[in-house]
Design a protein around this ligand. Structure first.
Ligand code: DGY
Length: 333
């Protein structure tokens, strides 16, 4: 008889999904919102056949090499930049992830950040709560129009396109850059316009980032790109912090080279409490909550569990970041 599968779940996830996993395997849950320390993670993984991980668990080549029995990593995220995908593939470990189910929720947050910065929503809220609201005045909290503005979307995947759909409702002109080939992209008279990066930077009032973090996209927005933007431009990042060069962004905002930033992700997470960005009123920062709605986190957890169960049934996970992996065998004793 096959022995029971052991899963380490690195953070509390939605209960229904956790219960379903517990019916199929022996679950060890790290029941804390703060991640296990790396040595703690290694100890727990040494006892496990698979792990349900999050973006704040680093599963690098060294960690993977130390885990000869691990067959699957199921990341509760679409992004897998916390995992050394090549090392996992070489080792025969399937890496599951959760694309699709979080698309619209993440696009909502990108739009919320854009609007919050443009219309100074957070600053205005703090102003009222600090008892500073004395009267209506024509000069109070003047922001920038979102409606009718030009939105530049960098990365034309599911989330970028979901942001573009929202922009249509605001009468925005949408430009985008994409690595896809021209044939893969739908066009039409009112369709968003594909342009090169230089044109997108020069013409956009808002720029929203939707690329995965890879060696090619790390710091793709640095000093030269920030200098090429309009001085009135607002940049929004719900992708990964390191797509923007943090130091260059800070300098550009301090010098008024661009007008503002809405960041759900930062180069170091959490951002240091002393970081200058936290002192700038033209910056709104949220703590990596792009997919954080009750319904979406449940869908993500269910999909992460499905991905694990697929591997235990001898299949490649239904949403797999390394679909060409040759699965290593499950331990039998
Ligand atoms: C992702 O899915 O990659 C997010 O960053 C976590 O929700």
């Amino acid at each position: 008889m096959e022995r029971e599968r052991r899963i380490f779940v690195t953070r509390p996830i939605a209960q229904p999904a956790l219960r379903r996993l517990a019916q199929a395997a022996r679950v060890e849950l790290w029941d804390d919102d703060l991640p296990p320390a790396h040595d703690e993670l290694l100890r727990a993984l040494a006892r496990a056949d698979a792990v349900l991980s999050t973006v704040s668990d680093r599963l690098d080549a060294g960690t993977i090499a130390a885990l000869p029995h691990l067959v699957a990593i199921s990341n509760l995220a679409v992004g897998v930049d916390n995992i050394d995908l090549e090392a996992a593939t070489r080792a025969g470990i399937a890496v599951g992830h959760t694309p699709g189910v979080l698309t619209e929720t993440t696009a909502d947050l990108a739009f919320a950040l854009m609007m919050a910065v443009a219309r100074r929503v957070v600053e205005a809220d703090q102003f009222v709560k600090a008892g500073k609201w004395r009267t209506w005045t024509p000069r109070l909290m003047l922001g920038r129009d979102v409606w009718g503005a030009t939105l530049g979307i960098i990365g034309w995947g599911a989330i970028g396109q979901a942001v573009a759909r929202r922009a249509a409702g605001f009468g925005m002109r949408v430009l985008y850059v994409s690595r896809k080939t021209a044939e893969e992209i739908a066009t039409g008279p009112s369709a968003p316009q594909r342009v090169d990066l230089a044109r997108l930077l020069a013409e956009s009032d808002f720029i929203s980032l939707h690329v995965p973090l890879t060696e090619a996209t790390r710091h793709m927005i640095g000093a030269p790109e920030l200098a090429a933007m309009k001085q009135t431009a607002i940049i929004v990042n719900t992708a990964r912090g390191s797509v923007i060069d943090h130091a260059a962004l800070t300098a550009a905002l301090q010098k008024g080279r661009i007008a503002g930033a809405g960041l759900d992700v930062t180069e170091t997470e959490p951002i240091s409490h002393d970081d200058v960005l936290l002192k700038l009123p033209c910056v709104v920062i949220t703590p990596h909550i792009g997919s954080a709605s009750v319904a979406t986190r449940l869908r993500m957890a269910e999909l992460a569990v499905d991905n694990l169960l697929d591997v235990f049934a001898g299949r490649i996970p239904r949403c797999c970041a390394n679909p060409n992996v040759k699965l290593r065998s499950l331990q039998t004793s």
